[in-house]
Every structure is written in C-alpha cells, then in structure tokens.
Design a protein around this ligand. Structure first.
Ligand code: FRU
Length: 530
C-alpha cells in the first residue's frame, strides 16, 4: 500500500483509482441513486474521458459499476463528456451528453438505458442518429457543451440549455424538443453576462419561495424563483444567481443585476467546480453534486494513483429569510455516520487564546458549533470601514478586535500543521457588524508543493441570529458551512504529520478585544462503504 493512502477519504465518493472530474446525469431511478462521472480509466490525470458509474441506496454508501459509456463512436471518440439525465412522464430515462468527435468538435448526443427494467442501469445504448445537435452558426466548435436536464415549456415541449460564449461573453443557448432527437434553437438566450468567458456545466432549476422542499425541474409559477448556475472556465469557480424565468421567451433575468451569474455569489468559496443538481423525487429535495479537484501536484496524483473526489451531496433551498441567496446543507443521511459525540458547552475563549478540544481522533469529524462575541466589547469599540477580505487579508494570523475565531482542524499538537476555519467580525462606522467566513490553508501542510490559499467571503447574519458553523473533516478535505449553509468553503489539504490518529482539533480566538463563547458538538465519523 501507498504512503499517501491515508489521504484517501472515508465518506467522500471517489473511484477506486485514476482520474475523475464532473458529476454526470445524477438521478434517482427505481430505488437507486445513480452517479455517473467523468472518468479517465487509464491514469490519475485527465485524458480520454468515459462515464464512470456508481449506485447507492442512501447517497453515502456506494457500489461501483462498470463503465456506462465508452469512447466508441466517431461522435464521442475524443471523450464522452458531461451530460444530464431527464426522467420522462412514463418513467423512462434519457441522457444527453457532449461528445468530443474524432475531429474534437463538441456535439450533443442522446443515450438511453438498454433495459429500462434494470434498476442498476448497467447497459446504455447510444441513439443511432447521433449527434442530435452540432454547434450552431456563430458558435465555435469547441464552445458548445454540457446539456442540462430538460424541463417542460408552457406548450408541453421539452427545453434544455447549453453553455457557450461569444467573444468574452458567457452565454446559455436554449433548445426546444419533443423527442430529444430533433431540436429547435430559440432566437433569444436564457442569459448572457459580458466578460465572464465560457460557461461550462450550466444548471437551471426552480426553488420554492415558501417551502423547504425541493422542486422538480419543470415546476414553475408565482411561488417559484429560478437559479442559474454556470461553471466559469476562466476562473474555475461555480457561480449562481437567483432570478425570474419567462417561460414564453425562454429567458431568465437576475433579481439583482449587480449579483449576476459570474460576478456575484458562488456556491462555495473554496475548491468546487462543475457541479450539478438533480431532483430527488423520493425525498422531494434538490441535491447538489460537485467535483472537488486536487490542489497538490500532478506528480503527487500519479504517486497516489487517484485524483479528485465528490463533495458530500448537499440539499439546496432558497434562503427564506434573506430571499437573496440559496442555502446548502449536507444531505441528512450523512448524519448516520456520526458516532462518539463530545459536547463542549459555553466554553469561554479569551482574546488571543487557544483551547485544545479533547477528542479521541480527529481525521473524520462532523463539528457543529455556535459562537457569541462579547456585546459589551462590541458596544465600546469604534467602528471603521476598512474593508475586510478573507482572501486579501492575512488569514487566521492577522488579528482584529472581533476576530478571527473558530477551529483549527487537521492540526498537529504544536500547530506545525493546521487548517483554521473561522469567522471574522468587523464593525462599521454605522455601528453595524459584518461577518466573514474564511479558511486558511497557509499552514495546512509542511509540504511546499500544495496550494496554500486563503478562501472565504462575507456571510449574512440576521438580527437575533447566533454565529454558527458546521465543518466536515475527512482526511484531505474540509467542507465548511456558515449560518446553516449561506456561505460554504471546501478546502483540499495535505497535512503530512496528522496521519492516522495524530490529528487534533483546537478552538481558537485570535481577536485582540472580544472574548468568544462557544458551544460545540463534535462527532467522530464512521467510514462509508465506497
Ligand atoms: C468541466 C468540463 C466540461 C466538459 C468536461 C470534460 O470540468 O470541462 O465542460 O464536458 O469537463 O471532461
């Protein structure tokens, strides 16, 4: 076994070996969750991509199945690329995916299960009339990929959208179809944002304004908002915006043009790309999958024999309190892996101090915590409007009056290695507080060939709310959620000294003025069957 085996994760989906990228065609079908994914079976680096396939009863424990689709046709000879599944009213399943042809032209292809009565969907058939879509006039042959799940138009047709670009403007083309074989290109675009570049893996779905349940992709009406997500090839992040969909024109408009797709909100402020949602009809929820890439070197990936994992699937709902962001939260099934809970109640952490949290082992954790800063201190402080920025400021080591404070995870005893995940609160001259949620990779590893960025963003905190965070720690990945999932950060980290049971957990308060009171539940996490 390999020296780096311990970096493999315990409850994050990954193939047994080699390279993975985007999640593809996620769907719940005849009692099974299916996850297909961009897979390079020959090496732990990107190459000639096929569709890997795994199934699960609970989104946590997985069974690996044979490759679903290979590069065996002229229209997908250079790669069976990203695509989506649609469940038809009679329960049948269709898949549209991008093929990179023998001449590296990006085309869309149709595929369906060879045996729809097989709940495992082992064998797939490619439609003999493929490709069903080729790049339209004015679109470059290499800028036409990743068709969405289809939804219904008011006329009863199916509609899909496909990301592209024109010059530097990111766009999403719209097509209507009745049979997934012939398509009609709409005159207008779903949306376009100048300066954002190529839109990969566009996602489009409704969210309820009133209810906590998710919505099937075709649901529309006055109680509904629509989300557009695009993966920005230029900066490798997943951006979303909330807006209004005009079904008659096939056009979407953002609620807030200053927070448009690609210039506003991100699903995640760490490593998170090429994500895709699906509607889980068995639990009436919308579930988000995402590719989490490596941030070490290609040489390390080759040494490890594998690269990339999937984020823990998250439910997505509209934030009913703000109405201006979505909320992402790990699917409830992940809680079944919790074991050995330790409770720390009302721990007071003085300014500039650090508290070791005594738990048996800290490589697989679920941490849920609430924090309060000292109101008297806040009141006597003068405000200032020097903008804080997680990314540009000095990380967990840079001290302010009201932060940073939070956890150091995957830490060694003497903090030679540790990854702080923290809040930073800033008081403005108007007396209002702004809260930032950040993760600092600078000291995450003594290795010098891994990414050590600082991540993070602002997080809305409403009147009367306590500060809260949840952190999932899994060997080489840390997924962090602030304020019930308003702002999320995924970190890949490669500690060299926290192997096996050496990892520790610390609570820290690096503020200069306020004390912090924390209440914490920490669970150790069992390993999933993957
Ligand atoms: C996103 C992406 C998609 C493409 C696939 C190829 O990561 O580049 O646009 O379909 O990966 O593997």
């Amino acid at each position: 076994s390999n020296m780096l085996d311990w970096q493999r994760t315990a409850f994050h989906f990954q193939p047994k070996k080699n390279w993975m990228n985007d999640p593809n065609g996620p769907v719940f079908y005849k009692g099974w969750y299916h996850l297909f994914y961009q897979y390079h079976p020959d090496a732990p680096v990107w190459g000639k991509i096929v569709w890997g396939h795994a199934v699960s009863k609970d989104l946590i424990n997985w069974r690996h199945l044979p490759i679903a689709m290979e590069t065996d046709q002229w229209y997908d000879e250079q790669g069976v690329w990203t695509g989506s599944a649609t469940i038809l009213p009679d329960g049948q399943l269709v898949v549209l995916y991008t093929g990179s042809t023998n001449e590296s032209v990006q085309v869309q292809n149709l595929a369906y299960p060879a045996d729809p009565s097989d709940p495992l969907l082992i064998k797939w058939v490619k439609y003999p009339g493929n490709p069903v879509l080729v790049p339209p006039p004015g679109i470059d042959t290499k800028d036409f990929r990743d068709p969405t799940t289809a939804w219904k138009t008011p006329e009863g047709k199916w509609r899909i959208t496909i990301g592209s670009k024109i010059n530097k403007t990111g766009i999403s083309l719209v097509y209507d179809t009745e049979d997934f074989k012939t398509f009609e290109l709409l005159d207008g675009l779903l949306h376009a944002v100048p300066g954002t570049g190529m839109w990969e893996c566009v996602d489009f779905y409704p969210v309820s304004k009133q209810n906590e349940n998710g919505l099937d992709t075709s649901v529309d009406g006055p109680g509904v908002k629509h989300v557009v997500k695009a993966s920005m090839d230029d900066d490798r992040n997943d951006y979303y915006a909330i807006g209004t969909y005009d079904a008659h024109k096939g056009k979407w408009t953002p609620d807030n043009p200053t927070l448009d797709v690609g210039i506003g909100l991100r699903y995640d402020y760490g490593i998170y790309y090429a994500s895709k949602t699906f509607y889980d009809q068995s639990k009436q929820r919308r579930v988000l999958w995402s590719w989490i890439k490596e941030t070490d070197t290609e040489a390390s990936d080759i040494n490890k024999g594998w690269a990339s994992l999937m984020g823990v699937p998250r439910t997505i709902v509209l934030d009913k309190k703000t109405q201006s962001n979505i909320i992402q939260w790990p699917v409830e099934e992940i809680n079944r892996l919790r074991t050995n809970m330790t409770v720390f109640k009302n721990i007071v952490v003085e300014a500039g101090s650090i508290v070791p949290l005594s738990i048996p082992a800290a490589s697989q954790l679920d941490i849920v915590a609430e924090f309060e800063i000292d109101e008297k201190t806040v009141n006597r402080l003068n405000g200032d409007d020097v903008g804080y920025d997680c990314v540009k400021n000095g990380g967990a080591a840079e001290r302010g009056a009201l932060g940073p404070f939070g956890f150091s995870v995957l830490a060694t005893e003497g903090l030679k290695e540790h990854t702080p995940v923290y809040f930073y609160v800033a008081k403005g001259v108007d007396g209002n507080l702004q809260t930032f949620f950040c993760a600092d990779q600078a000291r995450s590893s003594t290795a010098n060939d891994v990414d050590k960025s600082i991540y993070g963003s602002i997080v809305p905190v409403l009147k009367g709310e306590k500060l809260s965070m949840r952190i999932l720690v899994d060997h080489s990945i840390v997924e962090s959620f602030a304020q019930e999932g308003r702002t999320c950060i995924t970190s890949r980290v490669y500690p060299t000294k926290t192997i096996n049971n050496n990892a520790r957990l610390f609570l820290f308060n690096n503020a200069t003025a306020t004390k912090v009171t924390a209440s914490i539940n920490v669970w150790q996490m069992n390993s999933a069957h993957i």
